[in-house]
Design a protein around this ligand. Sequence first.
Ligand code: FES
Length: 178
Amino acid sequence: MTQTDPGKTAEEKAQSRQETKQALKGFGRKKQNLIPILQKVQGRLGYLPREAMTEIAEYLNIPDIDVYGVVTFYNQFRLTPPGRHSVRVCLGTACHMKGGYITLDAWKRRLDINPGETTTDREFDMDTVACVGCCTKAPVTVVDNKPEGKVEPTRVDGILLAFEQEREVKDKEESESS
Ligand code: FES
């Protein structure tokens, strides 16, 4: 099984296990319950860390690899923790035609992650999506559930700069109030 969350402390892992145990309550130990269990655990944790998958495998008495196989098969499941901000790059036909992959490359370079991953500071997670219904604004990136149109690489820089400035203001306010 690949490592899903190498930076986690032992305490955080123990907490994930505990949360998973709580989520398992009420489910029968049948393999058919695997998907609803995964959905419930992800609902609590925001993603499915390795220790949660191990806990689930033990509960259902199935190999870890079976759980991992299902998690990686379905798009709905995440192996990495969600970031504070989500970036979803549209690669539907219209966005693809208007340079969606160039936009994706720009996000990959600026955030230094691949689709399905989260930045090490957990500020951003990034993934690709199919058409989000705003094709006239292609290429589109959905940032924190808000579709942003005409997201060329320079616009990627602009969006990230706005987040950076927002964070600086927040940090300043926090340091002034403490
Ligand atoms: S293809 Fe990207 S919004 Fe439709």
